[in-house]
Design a protein around this ligand. Sequence first.
Ligand code: 5GP
Ligand code: ZN
Length: 115
Amino acid sequence: MSLDSNCLFCKIIIGDIPAEIIFRNEKVVAFKDINPQAPVHILFIPTIHTPTIAGLASISSEMTAALFLAAAEVATAHGVEDYRTVFNTGEGAGQSVFHAHMHLLGGRGLAWPPG
Ligand code: 5GP
Ligand code: ZN
């Protein structure tokens, strides 16, 4: 497992920074977003440090797929049938933490297109 000691989300993985963790396996950790934008707003992160989802995909297709499988499981557990998964890539698209992460948003109607 390759982590970055300066990365906020790596610190959440190892427990150095607290988070409301709701799912964990060897490939994925999921926790509630600290600033939720929907009744259900959960972040899914790979257990290795890489800044972007394309970077993760180039390292491991299994880890990439594991994010989506975890999201489906967690959505079902929260009684959420319709949901949105989002990767913000780059500052201009809203990325503020440079450890690849997938947002799961649900529990309310979601407009399209997004802002
Ligand atoms: P981004 O803007 O990079 O796509 O998403 C980063 C997300 O991480 C934001 O939605 C933000 O609210 C969340 N976040 C930032 N710092 C923390 C933290 O310390 N704990 C948790 N649980 N979420 C965080
Ligand atoms: Zn990291």
